[in-house]
Write a protein that binds this ligand. Structure first.
Ligand code: SF4
Length: 478
């Protein structure tokens, strides 16, 4: 995939997971549509595993959900229990061998696992297993987790999962499939979302986002709580608090800022509403500081649209569309020619000239990571006739890497690690540049704690090895 040449300057999400127990239903087809609703969480690979009470089958491939799951690929996936995964690579490169779910045969029957997050201590755990003679076929931390579950002692899968959770450090929202059960597992810090709903025809579904559950018609949706293992194997859920939750929790704040779909509700907070309030808080801070310095507020679509509406509402500056996003060009498998590649963001965004010509524009975006897109977007607006371009960002400067499963690159790649806000403004050639404060961000969430903010302040909720990189296992496995 040639996304790197065409990608926007956002943190990249790690993965989406789904699990379903639905007696008398075509669970593979349900999983397919659930994965479709989670496609935004990962576009590099997709997979699913299905069990019928006795046997298990799996299929995975590189590409979008619709490209991987052809009618032929789905034909053999029969059963009442299923898990699925959409992948953006976090640990390990993006090749097929790292696609999920991982499926193996164990002493206790077949086992498959799909993971959203990143284990901080997977290198040590992997080394321990290798010293005991365990071989690996991939560079993914999810395979380490799968092998640990297969080897753990315990009379039941719940016991084996609980033993493993005591050793796992970091972010994991998991769906685990055995021949007759789906388990939903969330780390004690609660880094990544995971929610469960009741299916209209009986049974339950679990997914990274409530939107996927709504797609399947689920009701009575609740979060899997930090440290819980929930079993989906008959019409009643079995809930086990496997290990104590960490207090306060460390939910990833970037789910609200950028990753999740606006219809996601997590821990009782709706993402669209948060984004609108982020824009409102930003307007209070920016307009208070600088006065009315723009004629039109425009969002960088799509995630900044609610924030721009909120900004406009509080500032009184009219909202309008300025960019039209060609949504699918960044996910093509066709390499652009050199002359097309030189067009950069212009291949992904068109400007509505009439809406910005001779206007002072306030451009709202959700984040600046490396700083390689903001400048070209400003240039597009200026080329279209904007007289001034001011930029306001709905989060504080990102100055630290994420080790919990979000790909932001190394710390040295982050523009806010190397430059002051004024230096960034100069670099992107904005007439002004403002970021939302940490306090403003928390006001928008209506919380004072419970969220990880490490990429803004470097205070990691778990101890991290700053030398750790995404493809750390590649040297071993290539
Ligand atoms: S460091 Fe940032 S991106 Fe990573 S989990 Fe924390 S808030 Fe989310």
């Amino acid at each position: 995939m040639f996304d790197s040449q065409l990608s926007d300057d956002h943190p990249h999400e790690e993965c989406g997971v789904i699990g379903i127990f639905a007696p008398n239903e075509d669970v593979a087809r349900m999983t397919f549509f659930g994965l479709y609703a989670l496609q935004h969480r990962g576009q590099e690979a997709a997979g699913m595993a299905v069990a019928d009470g006795q046997t298990m089958s799996a299929y995975k491939g590189v590409g979008l959900v619709s490209q991987v799951f052809t009618p032929n690929a789905m034909a053999d996936l029969k059963g009442h229990y299923a898990i699925g995964h959409t992948r953006y690579s976090t640990t390990g490169s993006s090749s097929l061998r790292n696609a999920q779910p991982f499926m193996i045969e164990t002493m206790h029957g077949p086992l498959a696992l799909a993971h959203n997050g990143n284990l901080i201590n997977s290198a040590e755990l992997r080394k321990e297993l290798m010293e005991k003679g365990v071989g690996f076929s991939s560079s993914s931390d999810t395979e380490v987790m799968t092998m640990m579950l297969a080897r753990n002692g315990g009379l039941t899968w719940e016991e084996r999962i609980r033993h493993a959770m005591k050793k796992w450090v970091g972010a994991y929202s998991l769906v685990i499939l055995t021949r007759d059960c789906v388990y939903a597992v969330r780390d004690p810090w609660g880094f990544r979302p995971l929610c469960i709903g009741l299916l209209p025809s009986g049974g339950h579904a679990v997914a990274s986002e409530t939107g996927a559950l709504q797609t399947l018609g689920c009701e009575a949706i609740r979060d899997v709580q930090p440290g819980e293992v929930v079993s989906l194997s008959n019409n009643a859920l079995k809930v086990l608090q496997a290990i104590p939750p960490v207090t306060p929790s460390a939910m990833c704040i970037f789910e609200h800022i950028y990753f999740a779909r606006p219809d996601q509700t997590w821990d009782g907070i709706n993402v669209h509403h948060v984004r609108q309030r982020l824009g409102e808080e930003l307007a209070r801070e920016v307009v208070n500081g600088l006065g009315q310095m723009a004629d039109v507020v425009i969002p960088v679509p799509d995630s900044s649209i609610p924030a721009a509406i909120g900004f406009s509402h509080i500032s009184g500056i009219p909202y309008n569309d300025g960019f039209i996003k060609n949504r699918y060009v960044g996910r093509t498998f066709i390499e652009p020619t050199d002359s097309l590649r030189k067009r950069g963001v212009a291949l992904k965004f068109n400007v509505i000239n009439e809406n910005v010509r001779d206007k002072r524009v306030m451009m709202i975006d959700d984040s600046i990571v490396r700083g390689n897109t903001t400048g070209p977007l400003i240039k597009l607006l200026k080329n279209a006739g904007a007289s001034e371009v001011h930029v306001a960002i709905t989060c504080p400067p990102i100055s630290h890497s994420c080790f919990m499963g979000v790909d932001m690159g190394k710390r040295d790649d982050l523009i806010a690690h190397k430059r002051s806000i004024d230096e960034i403004r100069e670099y992107v050639r904005a007439d002004s540049l403002s970021y939302l404060s940490v306090d403003g961000m928390m006001r928008a969430l209506n919380r004072t704690e419970g969220f990880c903010q490490a990429c803004f302040n470097g205070q990691y909720p778990v101890p991290v090895d700053l030398s750790n990189v995404k493809t750390g296992f590649e040297k071993v496995t290539k």
